[in-house]
Write a protein that binds this ligand. Structure first.
Ligand SMILES: O=C[C@H](O)[C@H](O)COP(=O)(O)O
Ligand SMILES: C=C(OP(=O)(O)O)C(=O)O
Length: 378
Protein backbone atom coordinates (compact mmCIF):
# COMPACT_ATOMS: atom_id res chain seq x y z
CA UNK A 1 0.00 0.00 0.00
CA UNK A 2 1.32 3.45 -0.80
CA UNK A 3 1.80 6.02 1.92
CA UNK A 4 -1.44 7.88 1.23
CA UNK A 5 -3.72 5.10 2.32
CA UNK A 6 -1.50 4.16 5.23
CA UNK A 7 -1.65 7.65 6.64
CA UNK A 8 -5.37 7.43 7.40
CA UNK A 9 -6.20 7.43 11.13
CA UNK A 10 -8.79 5.19 12.59
CA UNK A 11 -10.08 3.87 15.89
CA UNK A 12 -11.30 0.38 14.99
CA UNK A 13 -13.07 -1.61 17.69
CA UNK A 14 -12.60 -5.35 17.63
CA UNK A 15 -15.08 -7.95 18.82
CA UNK A 16 -14.85 -11.68 18.33
CA UNK A 17 -18.33 -13.07 19.05
CA UNK A 18 -20.34 -14.08 15.97
CA UNK A 19 -23.44 -11.93 15.53
CA UNK A 20 -26.66 -12.53 13.63
CA UNK A 21 -28.19 -9.78 11.56
CA UNK A 22 -31.96 -9.85 12.10
CA UNK A 23 -32.55 -8.00 8.81
CA UNK A 24 -30.58 -10.35 6.56
CA UNK A 25 -30.20 -13.54 8.58
CA UNK A 26 -26.45 -13.54 7.83
CA UNK A 27 -24.01 -14.48 10.55
CA UNK A 28 -20.92 -12.32 10.85
CA UNK A 29 -17.65 -13.07 12.58
CA UNK A 30 -15.27 -10.25 13.26
CA UNK A 31 -11.84 -10.91 11.77
CA UNK A 32 -8.46 -9.76 13.04
CA UNK A 33 -7.36 -6.48 11.51
CA UNK A 34 -4.48 -6.28 9.03
CA UNK A 35 -2.40 -4.60 11.76
CA UNK A 36 -3.15 -7.40 14.23
CA UNK A 37 -2.17 -10.13 11.79
CA UNK A 38 0.97 -8.28 10.72
CA UNK A 39 1.82 -7.86 14.39
CA UNK A 40 1.45 -11.60 14.92
CA UNK A 41 3.61 -12.44 11.89
CA UNK A 42 5.85 -9.40 11.38
CA UNK A 43 8.51 -8.88 8.75
CA UNK A 44 12.03 -8.25 9.99
CA UNK A 45 13.77 -5.10 8.76
CA UNK A 46 16.04 -7.31 6.71
CA UNK A 47 13.12 -9.02 4.98
CA UNK A 48 11.35 -5.71 4.37
CA UNK A 49 14.49 -4.43 2.65
CA UNK A 50 14.87 -7.63 0.65
CA UNK A 51 11.27 -7.44 -0.61
CA UNK A 52 11.78 -3.78 -1.56
CA UNK A 53 14.87 -4.91 -3.47
CA UNK A 54 12.93 -7.71 -5.22
CA UNK A 55 10.23 -5.24 -6.26
CA UNK A 56 12.88 -2.95 -7.75
CA UNK A 57 14.45 -5.87 -9.60
CA UNK A 58 11.07 -6.85 -11.10
CA UNK A 59 10.41 -3.26 -12.01
CA UNK A 60 13.79 -2.89 -13.74
CA UNK A 61 13.02 -5.91 -15.94
CA UNK A 62 9.59 -4.54 -16.80
CA UNK A 63 11.15 -1.22 -17.73
CA UNK A 64 13.86 -2.75 -19.91
CA UNK A 65 16.71 -1.76 -17.58
CA UNK A 66 17.58 -5.39 -16.81
CA UNK A 67 17.62 -7.86 -19.72
CA UNK A 68 16.98 -10.96 -17.61
CA UNK A 69 13.73 -12.87 -18.06
CA UNK A 70 11.16 -12.54 -15.28
CA UNK A 71 9.81 -16.04 -14.56
CA UNK A 72 6.77 -16.36 -12.29
CA UNK A 73 6.58 -20.05 -11.50
CA UNK A 74 4.88 -22.20 -8.90
CA UNK A 75 1.68 -23.99 -7.95
CA UNK A 76 -1.66 -22.87 -9.29
CA UNK A 77 -2.67 -22.55 -5.64
CA UNK A 78 -1.12 -23.18 -2.23
CA UNK A 79 -3.16 -25.76 -0.34
CA UNK A 80 -0.63 -27.55 1.87
CA UNK A 81 2.05 -25.75 3.89
CA UNK A 82 4.54 -28.62 3.85
CA UNK A 83 4.39 -29.11 0.08
CA UNK A 84 4.53 -25.35 -0.56
CA UNK A 85 7.65 -24.99 1.59
CA UNK A 86 9.23 -28.07 0.04
CA UNK A 87 8.62 -26.55 -3.41
CA UNK A 88 9.88 -23.15 -2.26
CA UNK A 89 13.16 -24.59 -0.95
CA UNK A 90 13.79 -26.37 -4.23
CA UNK A 91 12.91 -23.29 -6.28
CA UNK A 92 15.11 -21.00 -4.19
CA UNK A 93 18.09 -23.18 -5.07
CA UNK A 94 17.32 -23.14 -8.80
CA UNK A 95 16.68 -19.39 -8.67
CA UNK A 96 20.14 -18.82 -7.22
CA UNK A 97 21.77 -21.01 -9.86
CA UNK A 98 20.09 -19.14 -12.75
CA UNK A 99 20.17 -15.64 -11.29
CA UNK A 100 22.31 -14.24 -14.10
CA UNK A 101 19.71 -15.02 -16.80
CA UNK A 102 16.38 -15.03 -14.96
CA UNK A 103 14.66 -13.47 -11.99
CA UNK A 104 12.59 -16.34 -10.62
CA UNK A 105 9.51 -15.38 -8.59
CA UNK A 106 7.40 -18.03 -6.87
CA UNK A 107 3.65 -18.16 -7.47
CA UNK A 108 2.16 -18.08 -3.98
CA UNK A 109 -1.57 -17.85 -4.71
CA UNK A 110 -3.88 -18.07 -1.71
CA UNK A 111 -7.05 -16.83 -3.43
CA UNK A 112 -8.53 -18.46 -6.55
CA UNK A 113 -11.11 -16.88 -8.85
CA UNK A 114 -13.54 -19.51 -10.07
CA UNK A 115 -15.50 -19.67 -13.31
CA UNK A 116 -18.58 -20.71 -11.33
CA UNK A 117 -17.88 -22.39 -8.00
CA UNK A 118 -15.05 -24.40 -6.51
CA UNK A 119 -12.41 -24.19 -3.79
CA UNK A 120 -11.50 -20.50 -3.49
CA UNK A 121 -8.10 -20.89 -1.91
CA UNK A 122 -6.36 -21.10 1.45
CA UNK A 123 -7.65 -17.71 2.61
CA UNK A 124 -11.25 -18.88 2.47
CA UNK A 125 -11.10 -22.57 3.24
CA UNK A 126 -7.72 -23.60 4.67
CA UNK A 127 -8.89 -27.07 5.74
CA UNK A 128 -10.79 -27.84 2.54
CA UNK A 129 -13.96 -28.53 4.46
CA UNK A 130 -16.15 -26.61 2.07
CA UNK A 131 -17.48 -24.57 4.99
CA UNK A 132 -14.62 -22.08 5.18
CA UNK A 133 -12.81 -20.34 8.01
CA UNK A 134 -11.56 -16.92 7.01
CA UNK A 135 -9.90 -16.08 10.32
CA UNK A 136 -7.80 -19.24 10.16
CA UNK A 137 -7.34 -18.88 6.39
CA UNK A 138 -5.91 -15.38 6.68
CA UNK A 139 -3.69 -16.44 9.58
CA UNK A 140 -2.36 -19.49 7.82
CA UNK A 141 -1.88 -17.66 4.52
CA UNK A 142 0.15 -14.88 6.11
CA UNK A 143 2.21 -17.35 8.11
CA UNK A 144 2.95 -19.48 5.04
CA UNK A 145 3.80 -16.50 2.82
CA UNK A 146 6.14 -15.21 5.53
CA UNK A 147 7.94 -18.55 5.72
CA UNK A 148 8.22 -18.67 1.92
CA UNK A 149 9.55 -15.10 1.77
CA UNK A 150 12.14 -16.03 4.40
CA UNK A 151 13.56 -18.55 1.91
CA UNK A 152 14.78 -15.54 -0.07
CA UNK A 153 12.37 -15.95 -2.97
CA UNK A 154 10.35 -13.04 -4.34
CA UNK A 155 6.66 -13.99 -4.15
CA UNK A 156 3.80 -13.44 -6.59
CA UNK A 157 0.10 -13.58 -5.85
CA UNK A 158 -3.24 -12.69 -7.39
CA UNK A 159 -5.09 -9.81 -5.75
CA UNK A 160 -8.66 -11.03 -5.80
CA UNK A 161 -10.48 -9.52 -2.84
CA UNK A 162 -9.01 -6.03 -2.30
CA UNK A 163 -9.50 -6.36 1.48
CA UNK A 164 -7.47 -9.57 1.63
CA UNK A 165 -4.52 -7.84 -0.01
CA UNK A 166 -4.28 -5.54 3.04
CA UNK A 167 -3.24 -8.56 5.12
CA UNK A 168 -0.59 -9.85 2.74
CA UNK A 169 0.76 -7.17 0.43
CA UNK A 170 3.94 -6.41 2.39
CA UNK A 171 5.12 -9.99 1.63
CA UNK A 172 4.59 -9.81 -2.13
CA UNK A 173 6.93 -8.60 -4.89
CA UNK A 174 4.68 -8.97 -7.96
CA UNK A 175 0.89 -9.06 -8.11
CA UNK A 176 -1.49 -10.30 -10.79
CA UNK A 177 -4.93 -8.98 -11.56
CA UNK A 178 -6.70 -11.97 -13.06
CA UNK A 179 -8.60 -12.34 -16.31
CA UNK A 180 -11.93 -12.24 -14.50
CA UNK A 181 -11.29 -8.97 -12.67
CA UNK A 182 -9.21 -6.89 -15.11
CA UNK A 183 -12.23 -4.73 -15.89
CA UNK A 184 -13.21 -4.15 -12.27
CA UNK A 185 -12.90 -0.61 -10.93
CA UNK A 186 -12.17 -1.66 -7.31
CA UNK A 187 -9.24 -3.75 -8.61
CA UNK A 188 -7.91 -0.84 -10.63
CA UNK A 189 -8.13 1.34 -7.51
CA UNK A 190 -6.29 -1.33 -5.56
CA UNK A 191 -3.51 -1.51 -8.17
CA UNK A 192 -3.23 2.28 -8.03
CA UNK A 193 -2.43 1.83 -4.35
CA UNK A 194 -0.01 -1.12 -4.53
CA UNK A 195 3.63 -0.18 -4.15
CA UNK A 196 4.84 -2.96 -6.43
CA UNK A 197 4.73 -4.08 -10.08
CA UNK A 198 1.40 -5.54 -11.20
CA UNK A 199 0.58 -7.67 -14.24
CA UNK A 200 -2.97 -7.38 -15.59
CA UNK A 201 -4.25 -10.32 -17.58
CA UNK A 202 -6.20 -10.25 -20.82
CA UNK A 203 -9.89 -11.15 -20.40
CA UNK A 204 -11.14 -14.75 -20.54
CA UNK A 205 -12.49 -14.06 -24.05
CA UNK A 206 -8.95 -13.26 -25.18
CA UNK A 207 -9.43 -9.51 -25.65
CA UNK A 208 -6.74 -7.22 -24.30
CA UNK A 209 -8.62 -3.92 -24.04
CA UNK A 210 -9.90 -4.32 -20.48
CA UNK A 211 -6.35 -4.97 -19.27
CA UNK A 212 -4.88 -2.10 -21.26
CA UNK A 213 -7.60 0.24 -19.96
CA UNK A 214 -6.87 -1.13 -16.50
CA UNK A 215 -3.20 -0.15 -16.84
CA UNK A 216 -4.23 3.37 -17.76
CA UNK A 217 -6.74 3.61 -14.92
CA UNK A 218 -4.36 2.18 -12.32
CA UNK A 219 -1.61 4.61 -13.26
CA UNK A 220 -3.79 7.45 -11.96
CA UNK A 221 -4.56 8.54 -8.37
CA UNK A 222 -8.01 7.55 -7.10
CA UNK A 223 -10.33 8.22 -4.22
CA UNK A 224 -11.74 4.89 -3.12
CA UNK A 225 -13.34 3.10 -0.19
CA UNK A 226 -11.55 0.32 1.63
CA UNK A 227 -10.13 -0.55 5.02
CA UNK A 228 -7.06 0.83 6.72
CA UNK A 229 -4.56 -1.19 8.76
CA UNK A 230 -6.89 -1.10 11.77
CA UNK A 231 -9.77 -2.56 9.81
CA UNK A 232 -11.64 0.72 9.85
CA UNK A 233 -13.66 1.45 6.73
CA UNK A 234 -11.86 4.41 5.27
CA UNK A 235 -11.61 6.77 2.34
CA UNK A 236 -8.34 5.90 0.62
CA UNK A 237 -6.38 8.31 -1.56
CA UNK A 238 -4.24 6.23 -3.89
CA UNK A 239 -1.09 7.46 -5.59
CA UNK A 240 -1.25 5.73 -9.00
CA UNK A 241 0.94 2.82 -10.04
CA UNK A 242 3.44 3.42 -12.87
CA UNK A 243 4.59 -0.22 -12.83
CA UNK A 244 1.92 -2.23 -14.60
CA UNK A 245 2.10 -4.49 -17.64
CA UNK A 246 -0.03 -6.82 -19.72
CA UNK A 247 -0.07 -10.60 -19.24
CA UNK A 248 -1.16 -12.61 -22.28
CA UNK A 249 -2.92 -15.82 -21.12
CA UNK A 250 -5.00 -16.75 -24.17
CA UNK A 251 -8.80 -16.84 -24.13
CA UNK A 252 -11.75 -19.02 -25.14
CA UNK A 253 -9.35 -21.79 -26.08
CA UNK A 254 -7.38 -19.51 -28.45
CA UNK A 255 -3.72 -18.87 -27.73
CA UNK A 256 -2.02 -15.46 -27.88
CA UNK A 257 1.68 -16.10 -27.35
CA UNK A 258 2.62 -16.27 -31.04
CA UNK A 259 4.59 -13.47 -32.72
CA UNK A 260 1.56 -11.93 -34.40
CA UNK A 261 -0.62 -11.92 -31.26
CA UNK A 262 2.20 -10.38 -29.27
CA UNK A 263 2.79 -7.77 -31.98
CA UNK A 264 -0.92 -6.85 -32.07
CA UNK A 265 -1.09 -6.56 -28.28
CA UNK A 266 2.01 -4.38 -28.24
CA UNK A 267 0.49 -2.18 -30.95
CA UNK A 268 -2.55 -1.62 -28.73
CA UNK A 269 -0.36 -0.87 -25.71
CA UNK A 270 1.67 1.64 -27.74
CA UNK A 271 -1.52 3.33 -28.98
CA UNK A 272 -2.66 3.77 -25.37
CA UNK A 273 0.73 5.06 -24.28
CA UNK A 274 1.37 2.37 -21.66
CA UNK A 275 4.19 -0.15 -21.11
CA UNK A 276 4.59 -2.31 -24.23
CA UNK A 277 6.64 -4.99 -22.47
CA UNK A 278 4.54 -8.08 -21.83
CA UNK A 279 4.55 -11.32 -19.89
CA UNK A 280 3.29 -14.55 -21.44
CA UNK A 281 1.31 -16.89 -19.21
CA UNK A 282 2.24 -20.32 -20.60
CA UNK A 283 -0.69 -21.93 -18.75
CA UNK A 284 -4.45 -21.24 -18.74
CA UNK A 285 -5.96 -20.77 -22.21
CA UNK A 286 -2.52 -20.63 -23.81
CA UNK A 287 -1.93 -24.22 -22.71
CA UNK A 288 -5.62 -25.12 -23.03
CA UNK A 289 -5.29 -26.65 -19.57
CA UNK A 290 -2.76 -29.19 -20.89
CA UNK A 291 0.10 -28.57 -18.52
CA UNK A 292 2.77 -30.21 -20.73
CA UNK A 293 2.12 -27.54 -23.38
CA UNK A 294 3.78 -25.01 -21.10
CA UNK A 295 7.21 -26.35 -22.06
CA UNK A 296 6.49 -25.91 -25.76
CA UNK A 297 5.18 -22.39 -25.23
CA UNK A 298 8.16 -21.40 -23.08
CA UNK A 299 10.44 -22.73 -25.83
CA UNK A 300 8.66 -20.55 -28.38
CA UNK A 301 9.03 -17.52 -26.13
CA UNK A 302 12.72 -18.24 -25.92
CA UNK A 303 12.79 -18.32 -29.71
CA UNK A 304 11.00 -14.99 -29.92
CA UNK A 305 13.54 -13.48 -27.53
CA UNK A 306 16.36 -14.92 -29.57
CA UNK A 307 14.80 -13.46 -32.70
CA UNK A 308 15.17 -10.07 -31.06
CA UNK A 309 11.74 -9.44 -29.48
CA UNK A 310 12.93 -7.75 -26.30
CA UNK A 311 9.28 -6.83 -25.61
CA UNK A 312 8.57 -10.21 -24.02
CA UNK A 313 10.09 -9.70 -20.61
CA UNK A 314 8.39 -12.37 -18.58
CA UNK A 315 6.69 -15.70 -18.52
CA UNK A 316 4.46 -17.54 -16.10
CA UNK A 317 4.43 -21.28 -15.45
CA UNK A 318 2.17 -23.38 -13.25
CA UNK A 319 4.35 -25.99 -11.62
CA UNK A 320 4.31 -28.11 -8.48
CA UNK A 321 6.08 -31.18 -7.13
CA UNK A 322 4.12 -33.85 -9.01
CA UNK A 323 2.54 -33.10 -12.37
CA UNK A 324 -1.17 -32.86 -13.12
CA UNK A 325 -4.04 -32.13 -10.80
CA UNK A 326 -6.39 -33.94 -8.44
CA UNK A 327 -9.66 -33.33 -6.68
CA UNK A 328 -9.18 -32.70 -2.99
CA UNK A 329 -9.93 -35.75 -0.83
CA UNK A 330 -8.69 -37.50 2.29
CA UNK A 331 -6.37 -39.55 0.05
CA UNK A 332 -5.02 -36.55 -1.85
CA UNK A 333 -1.48 -37.11 -3.10
CA UNK A 334 1.38 -34.95 -1.81
CA UNK A 335 2.49 -32.04 -3.99
CA UNK A 336 -0.25 -32.32 -6.62
CA UNK A 337 -2.33 -29.26 -7.51
CA UNK A 338 -5.97 -29.20 -6.43
CA UNK A 339 -6.83 -26.46 -8.93
CA UNK A 340 -5.25 -26.19 -12.41
CA UNK A 341 -2.88 -28.91 -13.65
CA UNK A 342 0.80 -28.14 -13.17
CA UNK A 343 4.14 -29.24 -14.57
CA UNK A 344 5.99 -31.59 -12.23
CA UNK A 345 9.22 -30.63 -10.49
CA UNK A 346 11.57 -32.57 -12.76
CA UNK A 347 10.07 -30.99 -15.88
CA UNK A 348 10.25 -27.60 -14.25
CA UNK A 349 13.94 -27.98 -13.50
CA UNK A 350 14.69 -29.11 -17.03
CA UNK A 351 12.65 -26.30 -18.54
CA UNK A 352 14.32 -23.64 -16.38
CA UNK A 353 17.72 -25.09 -17.30
CA UNK A 354 16.74 -24.97 -20.96
CA UNK A 355 15.71 -21.33 -20.65
CA UNK A 356 18.87 -20.51 -18.73
CA UNK A 357 21.05 -22.09 -21.41
CA UNK A 358 19.09 -20.45 -24.20
CA UNK A 359 19.11 -17.01 -22.64
CA UNK A 360 22.77 -17.27 -21.72
CA UNK A 361 24.31 -18.61 -24.86
CA UNK A 362 21.65 -17.88 -27.51
CA UNK A 363 21.89 -21.31 -29.15
CA UNK A 364 20.48 -21.84 -32.64
CA UNK A 365 16.76 -22.11 -33.24
CA UNK A 366 17.00 -25.71 -34.40
CA UNK A 367 18.87 -26.79 -31.31
CA UNK A 368 16.39 -25.10 -28.99
CA UNK A 369 13.40 -26.68 -30.61
CA UNK A 370 15.03 -30.09 -30.52
CA UNK A 371 15.62 -29.65 -26.79
CA UNK A 372 12.00 -28.60 -26.23
CA UNK A 373 10.77 -31.56 -28.26
CA UNK A 374 12.92 -33.89 -26.12
CA UNK A 375 11.57 -32.29 -22.99
CA UNK A 376 7.95 -32.73 -24.03
CA UNK A 377 8.53 -36.28 -25.24
CA UNK A 378 10.24 -37.37 -22.01
O1 LIG B 1 -7.51 -22.50 -10.76
C1 LIG B 1 -7.83 -21.57 -11.29
C2 LIG B 1 -8.36 -21.37 -12.63
O2 LIG B 1 -7.42 -21.02 -13.55
C3 LIG B 1 -9.36 -20.28 -12.59
O3 LIG B 1 -9.33 -19.72 -11.36
C4 LIG B 1 -10.72 -20.81 -12.94
O4 LIG B 1 -10.84 -22.10 -12.58
P1 LIG B 1 -12.21 -22.89 -12.80
O5 LIG B 1 -12.66 -22.65 -14.20
O6 LIG B 1 -11.81 -24.31 -12.53
O7 LIG B 1 -13.16 -22.38 -11.79
C1 LIG C 1 -6.63 -17.77 -12.28
C2 LIG C 1 -5.48 -17.51 -12.86
O1 LIG C 1 -5.31 -16.94 -14.05
P1 LIG C 1 -6.38 -16.28 -15.02
O2 LIG C 1 -6.87 -15.06 -14.33
O3 LIG C 1 -5.54 -15.99 -16.23
O4 LIG C 1 -7.44 -17.29 -15.30
C3 LIG C 1 -4.22 -17.89 -12.23
O5 LIG C 1 -3.15 -17.45 -12.70
O6 LIG C 1 -4.26 -18.62 -11.25
Amino acid sequence: MNMHANEINSTAQSTTAPSLSVETGLTRKTLPTPAELRGRYPLSHELTDRIAHHRREVSRILNGEDSRLLVVVGPCSLHDDAAALDYGRRLAEVARAHADTMLIVMRAYVEKPRTTVGWKGMVYDPDHTGTGDLAEGLRRSRHLLLRLAELGLPLATEALNPLVMRYLEDLISWTAIGARTAESQPHRELVSDLAMPVGIKNATDGSVDAAVNGMQAASQPHESIGIDDNGQVAALSTAGNPDTHLVLRGGRGITNYDTESVRMAQHRLREKGVNTRVMIDCSHDNARKQHQMQSVIAGEILEQRQAGNAGIVGLMLESFITEGRQDMSDEAAYGVSITDPCLGWDETVRLLQLLHNGLGSIPSRGKDMAMVADLVAS
